[in-house]
Write a protein that binds this ligand. Sequence first.
Ligand code: URA
Length: 282
Amino acid sequence: MDWREILEQLEAQLASLERQGVGYLNLAPDQALARQLSQASPVPAAATGTESRGRAAQLAARLKGGTAVVTGQPPPEPAPPPEEDLSRPPRVASGGAASLDELSAEYGACMACALAGGRNCLVFGAGHERSAIMFIGEGPGAEEDQQGLPFVGRAGALLTGMIQALGLTRDDVYITNVVKCRPPGNRNPQPEEIAACRPILQQQIELLDPKLIVTLGNVPLKVLRPNAAGITRERGRTFSYGNWQVLPTFHPSYLLRNQAAIQTCWLDFKLAFRLAYPQPGG
Ligand code: URA
């Protein structure tokens, strides 16, 4: 499936939900859109458990320049989502937490800034503890605040669709935001709110230790690279943040308003996939 088909399906799905008076997709419990998109994929799903890697491998082969030829011989696997390396001592973040769960519990009742008073849920982040890719958005919106999960509203539906189009699922990647509590009226987070949340984000990065961080929109870009030009100039160009490689791209909310930018963003997603899952010898 290419980006136009993804967009068409998303538009149809969103329009139909809007007609029914639904303002959001409840992706967390039923992954409805995700399922629909994966069923529509021309690449057959492999056995349970390796499904996303099988699709990832086939898509990776396609991204290397050829067309997808599905034969009896599976294409070589890309570097899989990293497994737990038991020979390595567990990472401990600069704040002392030894796991994302521990970190989440530590900050569950955080009152460090004014956003805390208005939240329904603190939206810590979600996904694979050992993901090679970490997506960072701005902050939770209304639906995220209700569900306690990042990117489950309209913008989340688009992000989920693009992740799926790479042959991955939301469970293969890690998704979080610069601030963990909803800014009122979906405004951008203020500098003091970003600063209050910064230790959480920093420790998430350290614990996850991803191969690639993908920043979505201007806010996370400027957090990791304060002197960066705007996202339009910076998107698609990697930079280093500490030990980590960062690829900025557009925020999905921007893509919903400027659909022509999806094609460019899709190039960034394909680059992200290649950087996070390098092919042996590729
Ligand atoms: N926008 C964001 O930046 N993050 C979310 O979780 C949802 C919308």
